[in-house]
Design a protein around this ligand. Structure first.
Ligand SMILES: Nc1ncnc2c1ncn2[C@@H]1O[C@H](COP(=O)(O)OP(=O)(O)OP(=O)(O)O)[C@@H](O)[C@H]1O
Ligand SMILES: [Mg+2]
Length: 254
């Protein structure tokens, strides 16, 4: 089984050390948790994995492939997809077209014409639209397919982002605070979907402030503070670790 592996990963912004000595393994077929107080460096790690921020030390591998310094499109082709803490959708564009953009990993000649609304659409485009609709259905969004994405509620926009990420048929999906701003019913629906990703054999990295949500879904959790891993292990282990409790209390009283 493939794994996503971070070895001694480091990120410096000038004098600021945002990650240091980060060693993590995200196996296929599981949901791995990454938690830590505000500013701990969680998003920075996702930005490095996906090639959005240059790595200043250490390595990132998908299986045997070194992607540490690969450009973002190659990392996408290596099977990695993400969602953003701050939603990034084309607000004026329909929900289904936002999802269609996610198919770009599978270079399709007619995808561009589909997006441009050209009549040449044809069978391939219809097949892609069917697949996009199936994804929207999985996230219970099919009825919004033709709405402008920017008009949807925050929770629904997050789900459109996830559908777009899944359109690339990734082997690994990195979710940066996917349930932020969602109610309990919506979060529970997503928990089922994330379990489904893992059952389909995908590796999931789940970053969340809702520690109880992470603990329910993950068998292994990493805890970051000040750019360094301060604990890792089962939910029971990390949530009872005095160092983790102190880091969160420090955050609450900051
Ligand atoms: N582009 C940047 N330039 C300089 N410093 C940065 C940059 N991006 C992040 N940082 C710093 O790196 C540290 C880690 O930030 P990061 O966004 O990764 O934290 P986080 O754990 O995702 O926090 P949150 O829970 O609030 O989302 C912070 O001190 C932040 O100010
Ligand atoms: Mg963040």
């Amino acid at each position: 089984m493939t794994t996503l592996r971070l070895t001694d990963l480091e990120k410096r912004f000038g004098g600021v050390v945002a990650s240091e000595d980060v060693n993590m393994t995200v196996p296929a077929g599981r949901i791995t948790g990454l938690i830590g107080p505000n500013g701990a460096g969680k998003t920075t790690i996702v930005n490095m994995i996906t090639g959005m921020l240059p790595v200043t030390g250490g390595t990132i591998h998908v299986g045997d492939t070194d992607i540490t310094h690969a450009p973002a499109h190659e990392i996408c082709r290596a099977g990695l997809a993400r969602t953003f803490q701050n939603i990034r959708l084309l607000g004026e564009t329909s929900v289904i077209d936002n999802v269609l953009i996610g198919f770009h990993r599978h270079k399709s000649s007619s995808l561009l014409s589909a997006l441009l609304g050209l009549p040449a659409a044809g069978r391939e485009t219809r097949a892609l639209r069917d697949r996009a609709m199936a994804l929207l259905d999985r996230f219970d969004l099919a009825r919004f397919a033709d709405y402008p994405a920017g008009g949807l509620s925050y929770g629904h926009q997050r789900k459109v982002e996830m559908a777009r990420a899944m359109a690339a048929a990734p082997d690994f999906i990195l979710l940066d605070e996917p349930i932020a701003g969602m109610n309990d019913v919506e979060s529970e629906g997503l928990a089922q979907i994330f379990r489904g990703f893992a059952e389909d054999g995908k590796g999931v990295l789940l970053i969340e402030h809702n520690v109880r949500f992470v603990a329910r879904l993950c068998s292994h959790i990493y805890v970051l503070d000040g750019g360094r891993l301060i604990s890792e292990g089962t939910p029971d282990h990390v949530l009872n670790d005095p160092g983790v409790i102190a880091a969160y209390l420090g955050d609450a009283h900051a």
